[in-house]
Write a protein that binds this ligand. Structure first.
Ligand code: GCW
Length: 681
């Protein structure tokens, strides 16, 4: 049985006999240089990996001659004979990047893995194991790869009572009760999985969590986790509740300009670094959804962020200050608030502050136009915040391959420095030469055996990490790698399953939010459909605020004749979105209030076209099911069955979405369903 616990680190025996021969001939022994914990970790992983892939525990212990070595070590440790042979490649490596190269020495081919740092060597070792897992030949292997982003980080929305906000794969991994003394193997496997894709940071706590995590009792537990993660190159970060000086410090205020408050944060920070010398820094949600912040004291985001940044500066820590601000100030269009509150402060933040911006201006919808802040703050580092957990995408029950969504956002052109100013270039710092760069992902993992609840959603964790390493990668290539490592190298499985994964993102858009509809989820939990008036007190919490259905039509007018949110984009983009005829139809109802009888490009009216899209989504899930059912021979029985059951739930719910939304909107359109749309039963 395979319960999925091993993720993409399955290290199953290489089935292709010829390749197996090539691999084992090329790797007869391991030689390593250096003895840091990280180097030892790399060795340990090689042993786990190779003994699995070669199905031979004693591979390196027999007496046969060993002419072909696998050699690894960092630039400062590696033997000069090897160094000389990889000089050119090594000079191209940046930061924690690595070289993997086949060289010839004394008439024998050898493989050298090296880097400027030990963590780079570890990344190289993981990459090397991946090459074997995905069945690439080692002949003339010559890989140089460096991360394009500095901070590649998971955000856990984990509370201290182990509940996870918007978490759908069990409870929190962090067992605060048994920490610091009990080290669950899971913490180590978590670190392995993250390091294997280059993730180098983790925020352990929820942005909405209370301040207790900053008390000595908890810091001791955090230290234990930091000690586990360190050899894997993963730094620990914490959320810092703005009002902590009041709640755990006994002060009367949390005013960022108050001398006692400033001193409190300085002392607290020093205390943290005393416990965890390589602590990463703070993630802060301030003045959003009721969380405290500098505005409570008549101050602004810069005052708050810089105060914390100053405390972290001597230790090399950073502040990730979130731009997801959502309060009652701008009730006309919530989409405009973050830009309005942050863009005027461009250039005012200290060097160790990075502003963390969600991919879209509303909230992790199945599809959102890119956030207008990207590209609009040339003097401020901005990091991307993606959601890996599927708050608005069917939780952990719907198969949706999110790297496709991430890729769409990264590839979008902001036009801020003319054509080609993609979001990826904003985030990797190349468009405006940023001091720090980062990509954060609100993680989808919990203590479910398979980590993510649904086997396929492991791919979203995996793909997030790969894109955080390099936001220019293709989601399709990532899917390919992931399938090979997680399931099989058999093309009969890979080709159709990859296609299904790539399509799955559009499928969920089709059955939930076609043509730019958004936030029509049931209020509160955000699981199923709920386009009707919810029970919430604030108008912008009600789905009707977002879709604005009426007798005329549907959609939110954000053009210059409406909320004018389009003005927050570069002129080229604003122009495109202001005009219904140039607005891409995928974003139609995001930007326009459109007549039910508006003619779509395919010739249907909006009403008919929308109804057909909902049906298309349902049909696509049916296709996913029949495809999956035909794949049984390629998958172990446990994972096969579990995925199958999940897909059946997804189908039921796709129909639920279709029926609920069409019945609801039909009250306004007052039109029949077009042919081809199944009537709800
Ligand atoms: O997506 C919304 C969620 C909240 C979340 C908030 C945020 C952590 O519904 O649960 O709170 O965003 O990102 O701060």
């Amino acid at each position: 049985a395979n319960n999925g616990y091993d993720l993409w680190l399955q290290y199953k025996k290489v089935e292709n006999k010829q390749l197996l021969k090539e691999y084992t001939e090329n790797i007869q022994a391991i030689q390593f240089f250096g003895n840091s914990e990280t180097i030892k970790t790399a060795l340990k992983e090689l042993n786990i990996g190779l003994s699995g892939l070669f199905d031979n525990q004693n591979l390196f212990e027999n007496d046969s001659p060993k002419n072909h070595l696998l050699v690894f070590g960092s630039e400062s440790q590696l033997d000069t004979t090897y160094l000389n042979l990889i000089k050119t490649e090594l000079s191209k490596v940046k930061k924690d990047g690595f070289v993997i190269k086949q060289i010839q020495l004394n008439g024998n081919s050898q493989i050298v893995i090296s880097a400027k740092t030990d963590v780079g060597v570890l990344y190289g070792v993981f990459r090397f194991l991946r090459e074997l897992q995905i069945n690439n030949s080692l002949k003339d292997i010559n890989i140089v790869d460096s991360p394009k982003i500095d901070v590649r980080i998971l955000n856990h929305w984990d509370n201290l009572d182990r509940t996870v906000e918007r978490g759908y794969a069990g409870f929190s991994l962090w067992n605060w009760h048994t920490l610091p003394d009990y080290i669950d193997q899971r913490y180590i496997d978590y670190a392995r999985a993250n390091a294997s894709i280059g993730i180098n940071g983790t925020v352990l706590t929820n942005v909405n969590a209370n301040a207790l995590i900053l008390t000595p009792q908890y810091l001791e537990k955090v230290k234990a986790l930091a000690d586990v993660f360190r050899p894997y190159g993963i730094k620990v970060y914490l959320t810092a509740r703005f009002s902590a000086p009041i709640e755990i410090g006994g002060l009367k205020t949390a005013d960022p300009l108050d001398a006692d408050v400033i001193k409190w944060w300085k002392d607290k920070t020093a205390e943290i670094y005393n416990t965890i010398p390589d602590f990463g820094g703070f993630l802060v949600k301030a003045n959003s959804e009721g969380q405290p912040g500098p505005q409570n004291y008549g101050r602004n985001h810069v005052d708050g962020a810089n105060m914390m940044a100053e405390a972290l500066e001597p230790f090399g820590g950073i502040v990730m200050w979130r731009a997801f601000v959502y309060s009652e100030h701008d009730a006309t269009d919530r989409a405009k608030q973050a830009y309005s509150e942050f863009v005027p402060y461009d250039g005012k933040f200290k060097d160790n502050v990075i502003v963390q911006v969600k991919n879209g201006a509303i909230d992790f919808q199945p599809r959102e136009p890119f956030h207008p802040m990207f590209g609009a703050m040339p003097k401020t580092p901005l990091m991307m915040e993606f959601q890996i957990t599927q708050e608005y995408l069917g939780f952990s029950t719907h198969l949706v391959y999110l790297p496709k969504l991430y890729e769409e956002v990264f590839e979008t052109d902001t036009y801020r420095e003319g054509k080609g100013s993609t979001v990826a270039k904003v985030v990797d710092g190349s468009l405006h030469n940023k001091k720090i760069t980062g990509v954060a992902g609100v993680t989808n993992i919990g203590n479910d055996i398979n980590w993510t609840g649904h086997h396929f959603l492991q791919a979203n964790w995996y793909g997030f990490g790969r894109l955080a390493w390099n936001p220019h990668l293709k989601s399709e290539d990532i899917a390919d790698e992931w399938i090979r490592q997680t399931f099989t190298n058999d093309e009969n499985f890979i080709i159709p399953i990859k296609k299904m994964m790539i399509q799955s993102r559009e499928t969920v858009v089709n059955y939930m939010n076609p043509y730019g509809l958004h936030h029509i989820f049931d209020t509160g939990h955000h699981y199923g459909p709920g386009p009707w008036v919810g029970s919430l007190p604030r108008p912008e919490w009600n789905p009707t605020y977002y879709h604005k259905a009426d007798g005329f039509g549907l959609g939110f007018n954000r053009t210059k004749t409406g909320s004018n949110a389009t003005a927050q984009y570069a002129p080229e983009i604003a122009k495109m979105y202001n005009d219904i005829s140039t607005t891409p139809e995928k974003d139609l109802l995001w930007f326009h209030h459109v007549s039910w009888n508006h003619k779509l490009k395919n010739g249907y009216t909006l009403w008919d076209g929308m109804a057909l899209k909902y049906q298309e989504g349902v049909n696509e899930v049916e296709d996913m099911i029949s495809l999956w059912n035909s794949m049984e021979q390629y998958v172990d029985s446990q994972r096969f069955k579990e995925v199958k059951m999940m897909l059946n739930i997804q189908l039921k719910e796709a129909k639920w979405w279709r029926d609920a939304c069409l019945l609801y909107f039909q009250q306004f359109s007052k039109q029949d369903l077009p042919n081809g749309v199944e009537k709800s039963s």
